[in-house]
Ligand binder design. Structure first.
Ligand SMILES: [Ca+2]
Ligand SMILES: [Ca+2]
Length: 440
């Protein structure tokens, strides 16, 4: 069974749109789609509010707001902040506004890196050519989307127009920006072709870079990959195994394909992966709504619980050889606010983003909180701790009614079955507690 992610399909659609009016044929799109198959695990982006020239680079004296997503994972109940822990965000890089969106203290600018290819039209073969990997790309986002900045903002928090700071899951962690997803506009005889995504070479180079860098750093290092492709590849799995051997923690999104199965790298069993949960009344109370501490209590919409599994969240597909235990935990992955721009646009705003892309940085952030106290933990140890911690908050196996503000009937039903969420919903306080017990 051949699977394609929605965004992978979108890349193809863009390709086909760019080429359908021409006589270029299928060769170029086949070449590009064959190689560029890692894309952000982002399902939907909704504009939230304007970004108006923020220029503060510290959070000192700024009021701190809490989004419902950090409330869902109970960061207010822990004293850890992720201090001393590095988080490498392998993604679309950082927006040039990032110094004003993320606190200066939160980013290791000098450790940032980017891996990409030149892609150009070759007249002699009448097709596009993807050059050898280059490692001097830098990490600043230009044509690609602000996805990497949004992911980073979930981990360490972000500035809203110098008016207030929205708390991150691990507000004192240090981001290492690593660009492994890029975008290109390629002039051709048939017009400009637009491409976006990452290759096996780009993603694996990013992983190797962080794994080797980790040996020179004085704190634990976590890789966050909120990205996915439809199939496993040996090159990426080798890179992941290399990083894990070096003591690096590897977290990835599970994918947005629902019952069609886990994407990759999330689908490798040795990776800690994250499915996406939502707060059923998030649209009712808004993004700064106060999430009840007891998550398995009835809510205002009539649900006998507060949180639910998003039906888009990938779950293991037995037909693909994926096992039940290949999905680890669920975390907030719907309607998470942060700075963002769409690909090929230059206008940055604050957006609500949904996808397992948003769940992964919650799991990464919680991992940073745990690693702050237990820097010696290896991947398998941490995975066991997070799975045990999530067991304490099972999601009930039932449909959820979710308020939906955009069109009648202003609600929708999200169906799921027990076990589709891995071991359960991960919260920071449970993770810290379980890690402490394990340590004794
Ligand atoms: Ca809470
Ligand atoms: Ca796993």
């Amino acid at each position: 069974m051949k699977r394609k992610s929605l965004l992978f399909t979108l890349v193809l659609v863009i390709l086909l749109m760019a080429t359908s009016l021409s006589a270029m044929g299928k060769q170029a799109s086949a070449l590009a789609s064959d190689k560029l198959f890692y894309v952000p695990d982002l399902l939907a982006a909704e504009y939230a509010f304007d970004l108006i020239e923020p220029d503060a680079t510290t959070v000192t004296d700024m009021p701190v707001a809490k989004g419902f997503w950090t409330d869902m994972v109970d960061t207010e109940n822990v004293s850890q902040s992720g201090e001393g822990v590095y988080v490498a965000v392998l993604d679309t890089g950082l927006l040039t506004l990032a110094p004003f969106l993320l606190s200066e203290a939160n980013v290791a600018w000098d450790l940032g890196k980017g891996f990409s290819h030149d892609i150009y039209w070759d007249e002699t073969i009448g097709d596009i050519v993807i050059s050898d990997l280059k490692d001097d790309r830098g990490f600043w986002t230009d044509l690609a989307s602000g996805h990497g900045t949004h992911v980073a903002s979930t981990i360490v928090g972000f500035n809203v127009n110098d008016a207030f700071w929205v708390d991150g899951v691990a507000p004192a962690a240090t981001i290492i920006p690593v660009l492994v997803l890029d975008a290109w506009v390629i002039p051709s005889p048939y017009g400009d072709l637009t491409l976006s995504g990452g290759t096996d070479e780009m993603v694996s180079a990013g992983i190797y870079y962080v794994a080797d860098l980790a040996e020179t750093l004085d704190g634990p290092v976590i890789i966050n990959m909120s990205l996915g492709g439809p199939e496993p590849t040996q090159m990426i799995e080798d890179a992941i195994d290399y990083a894990i051997e070096k003591g690096v923690i590897v977290v990835a999104s599970a994918g947005n394909e629902g019952a069609a199965g886990l994407g990759y790298p999330g689908g490798y069993p040795q990776v800690i992966n994250a499915g996406a949960a939502g707060w059923a009344s998030m649209f009712y109370y808004g993004w700064q709504g106060d999430v009840p501490e007891k998550l398995n209590t009835s809510d205002i919409l009539g649900n006998p619980f507060q949180i639910y599994l998003e039906d888009f969240s990938s779950r293991p597909n037995k037909d693909l050889g994926q096992k039940h235990q290949d999905l680890d935990v669920a975390a907030p992955g719907a309607w998470v606010v942060g700075p963002y721009k769409s690909a090929f646009s230059s206008t940055v705003g604050y957006y609500y983003l949904s996808g397992t892309s948003m769940a992964a940085p919650h799991v990464t952030g919680i991992s940073a909180l745990v690693m702050q106290d237990h820097p010696e933990l290896f991947q398998a140890d941490l995975e066991a701790i997070l799975r045990n911690a999530a067991t304490g908050t099972p999601l009930p196996a039932a449909d959820a009614i979710v308020a939906f503000p955009f069109e009648e009937p202003y609600y929708y039903i999200s169906p799921w079955d027990g076990g589709d969420y891995g071991k359960g919903f991960l919260t920071a306080d449970e993770a810290i507690t379980v890690a402490g017990i394990k340590d004794k």
